[in-house]
Design a protein around this ligand. Structure first.
Ligand SMILES: Nc1ncnc2c1ncn2[C@@H]1O[C@H](COP(=O)(O)OP(=O)(O)O)[C@@H](O)[C@H]1O
Ligand SMILES: O=C(O)C1=C[C@@H](OP(=O)(O)O)[C@@H](O)[C@H](O)C1
Ligand SMILES: [Mg+2]
Length: 174
């Protein structure tokens, strides 16, 4: 399988980079959150409120299990690595890129955003602890880590494209 998955904490740039990377590499693009919102006809906060987080996590796993498109770029949601099943599917079906941004930058980007229910219900300290606790799973799941600090969206996209080409060549030569 030829998918490219972008993983990482909320606000690290998965959606912004994924969209740009799909233009650059001319590959179809899926943002998991947007697909779930479309499927449910509800916003992410509404899904959390009315059905609960567990239900949202089930929708994420179902998306990964049911997607038929082989050649595509997928921006995941920041909680996708919470489930081992999701980790396995992503590693088995594509290249996984972890966008690693420093927490202070992440916080600056997400703390006022009403569309992230986990941020809405938590303090800065709680979100920082969540970032720390998820870090190992991002590292474990990813084929490569891309550090994004002091880099523009354009620079990160170009670097990601370069790494994708390099990893694909490497795989084909094994
Ligand atoms: N390297 C960057 N430089 C400048 N802005 C960024 C960078 N990465 C992300 N952003 C901005 O931060 C916000 C959150 O990014 P987003 O792609 O929604 O994150 P994610 O999908 O990982 O939660 C967006 O407004 C995005 O344009
Ligand atoms: O980290 C999380 O648990 C979540 C991240 C969000 O996606 P982004 O990472 O694109 O913000 C979205 O899936 C939902 O609000 C839950
Ligand atoms: Mg996103």
């Amino acid at each position: 399988m030829n998918r490219i998955y972008l993983i990482g904490f909320m606000g690290c740039g998965k959606s912004a980079i994924g969209r740009r990377l799909s233009f650059l590499l001319k590959m179809p693009y899926y943002d998991m959150d947007k697909e779930i919102v479309r499927q449910m006809g509800m916003t992410i906060p509404e899904i959390f409120e009315q059905h609960g987080e567990r239900y949202f996590r089930d929708l994420e796993t179902q998306f990964l299990q049911n997607l038929e498109q082989d050649h595509c770029i997928i921006s995941t949601g920041g909680g996708v690595t919470m489930r081992k099943e999701n980790q396995r599917i992503m590693r088995r079906t594509g290249l996984v890129l972890f966008l690693d941004a420093p927490f202070r930058e992440i916080w600056r980007r997400i703390h006022k955003d009403p569309n992230r229910p986990i941020v809405r219900r938590s303090t800065r300290e709680e979100i920082e602890a969540l970032h720390k606790s998820r870090y190992r799973d991002y590292k474990r799941t990813a084929h490569i880590t891309i550090r994004t600090e002091h880099r523009s969206l354009k620079q990160i996209t170009q670097y990601a494209a370069f790494q994708v080409r390099r990893l694909k060549t490497e795989r084909n030569n094994v």
